[in-house]
Design a protein around this ligand. Structure first.
Ligand code: ZN
Ligand code: ZN
Length: 132
């Protein structure tokens, strides 16, 4: 499969971010590299990249779709409620519970989402120094 230059730019942005990005955030960064990019083009490319499995999509409480690197192992996210920073946590405590739940409920559970909300280390520092 041949990747267009635009997709390559978008993919680099997503993979280097280390945190899920919304289409607007990706657009903002892509624009610095290629000012001729239109938002509709970015959306179209992101859709196509999802289809091809080049990136994956997740949603947080705010309902906004965000994009992140494909092929990441099953993980959850830490979300800072003050600055909005998001970090992947490659730990899942739920798999055993999920099996027990399947047995007791009769459901076949295929997917779950957990986000943990709180203050990141930086914001905690700001808070104790009185800047928030
Ligand atoms: Zn923070
Ligand atoms: Zn999990």
């Amino acid at each position: 499969m041949r990747m267009t230059r635009q997709r390559k730019v978008l993919l680099e942005i997503i993979n280097q971010a280390g945190t899920p990005l919304s289409a607007e955030e990706i657009m903002f960064q892509a624009h610095q590299q290629d000012p001729s990019l239109a938002l509709s083009t970015v959306y179209r490319n992101l859709e196509k990249m999802l289809e091809l499995g080049l990136c994956q999509q997740i949603r947080f409480q705010d309902g906004l779709a965000r994009f992140e690197q494909a092929g990441l192992v099953h993980h959850h996210h830490l979300v800072c409620t003050a600055c909005g920073r998001r970090e992947a946590v490659p730990i899942c405590p739920l798999h055993q519970i999920q099996q027990q739940l399947e047995a007791s409920s009769g459901y076949q559970i295929t997917y779950h989402e957990i986000n943990l909300y709180g203050l990141c280390p930086d914001c905690q520092k700001k808070q104790t120094s009185g800047t928030i």
